[in-house]
Design a protein. Structure first.
Lengths: 159, 246
């Protein structure tokens, strides 16, 4: 009976743990791998690496995986924190088997989902400032004035 | 006896607690994610993961594009500055070979263009005098539903569009309609029409191809028949010889 109450108490304590408390403990560090990251969170429902009974019932999974860019967003149940991982040589976290990868590294932490998506799912900006400067120099030599559509079109053609 | 009763009560309370926790979990479960994310299912229909689609159309890309436009001498807040930003973003998407983003930027450009044309009745000038024949009596657009009229006007649909546009504009002004709110729908309507047109074109092409194939097949069949050894039989009927081949 003693063990029964003890286990209930422990479950109760575990359910008190949140992502917030884990974040405040400063155990989550940029550059850490996914396995270590998941180990920092106790098995409470709502942790980034766990999926609840209702997730299975409702047929949903947390997180977003970007196969084109090998990036992954993991988040807690409350969507307060968004952890972006680089998942090179791995196919991201498996929520069914709870298998994390040593190859996935934590890149950045966001508190806004849109910003996290921009970071994880945004393709690299391909136009460099050097390209723009070179094109601008050539176009200005053609007597095209700054702030005109003609100059803009000339620059964009040369990029 | 009393101890056993207390135990039963305690177990019931624990059960209630778990039911409550499950109920709370149900309430806290988040709804669907945004539309850039596709949910992947396995063959049994069980969700596997949410797949995000990488895009060049991001806020970061927009910020960089704005900086480039400022370098090109455009002043923030002007029409040309916005135009330049969209152009730079489109160029970047083209370099990245990102079809989805190009489509989105085209949509944004279309809406941006419309915003700057402004379809508010106060800002538009009637072309009625130019096309003098337009009168209230024969202007059928006065009875056309507001949304349909605006979409037709924004997208400039139809043959003889100039005279039709004048009639539409007159109707819009008379009915004091603000067509700006239909910019988005107008874009999608145009996209839909274009898609339908391409499909029709494709169908027509396939139709022509099918007809050609059928023609060739029938020619081949005729050729085969022509070269086939016919089996004929002749018989005398009413003093005449009748031959039938098959």
């Amino acid at each position: 009976m003693k063990y029964f109450f003890l286990s209930i108490f422990l479950i109760f304590l575990a359910s008190c743990a949140t992502t917030q408390t884990t974040m405040e403990s400063k155990k989550i560090k940029i550059g850490m791998n996914q396995v270590d990251f998941c180990n920092q969170f106790s098995e409470f429902t709502g942790a980034p690496c766990s999926s609840s009974f209702m997730d299975g019932y409702k047929n949903v999974v947390k997180g977003v995986y970007y196969p084109q860019l090998a990036m992954e967003i993991m988040h807690d149940e409350d969507k307060k924190y968004f952890f972006v991982f680089s998942t090179k040589n791995s196919s991201g976290y498996n929520y069914k088997t709870r298998k994390a990868s040593y190859n996935s590294k934590l890149l950045k932490i966001f508190t806004d989902f849109e910003e996290a998506k921009d970071f994880a799912g945004g393709k690299k900006f391909s136009i460099t400032s050097k390209e723009v400067d070179n094109a601008l120099e050539i176009c200005e030599k053609q007597n095209l004035k700054k702030g005109t559509i003609e100059l803009m079109e000339c620059v964009l053609k040369r990029i | 006896m009393c101890f056993e009763k207390n135990m039963i009560n305690l177990k019931i309370n624990i059960l209630k607690f778990f039911v409550y926790v499950v109920f709370l979990t149900f309430l806290n479960t988040n709804s669907s994610l945004t539309n850039e994310i596709v949910t992947g299912y396995d063959e049994k229909g069980v969700v596997q993961r949410n797949i995000g689609i990488a895009t060049s159309f991001t806020r970061e890309a927009m910020a960089i594009s704005k900086n480039i436009c400022m370098d090109l001498g455009f002043v923030k807040g002007t029409v040309n500055f916005d135009f330049c930003t969209l152009k730079v973003m489109k160029k970047n998407s083209e370099i990245n070979n990102d079809e989805e983003s190009i489509r989105e930027i085209k949509r944004q450009s279309y809406i941006w263009g419309l915003k700057n044309q402004s379809f508010k009745t106060g800002n538009t000038q009637s072309n009625t005098n130019e096309f003098g024949k337009v009168t209230q009596q024969d202007n059928k657009y006065l009875r056309v539903p507001e949304k349909v009229l605006c979409i037709q006007y924004i997208n400039n649909y139809g043959f003889f569009s100039e005279s039709k546009q004048a009639q539409r504009l007159e109707a819009i002004q008379k009915r004091s309609i603000d067509c700006n709110k239909y910019n988005d729908e107008a874009y999608y309507d145009l996209e839909r029409r274009n898609a339908n047109f391409h499909k029709a074109l494709q169908d027509a092409f396939h139709g022509i191809m099918d007809a050609q194939i059928q023609k060739h097949e029938s020619i081949t069949e005729n050729y085969r028949n022509a070269n086939r050894n016919l089996s004929c039989s002749s018989r005398v009927s009413a003093g005449k010889i009748r031959t039938s081949c098959y």
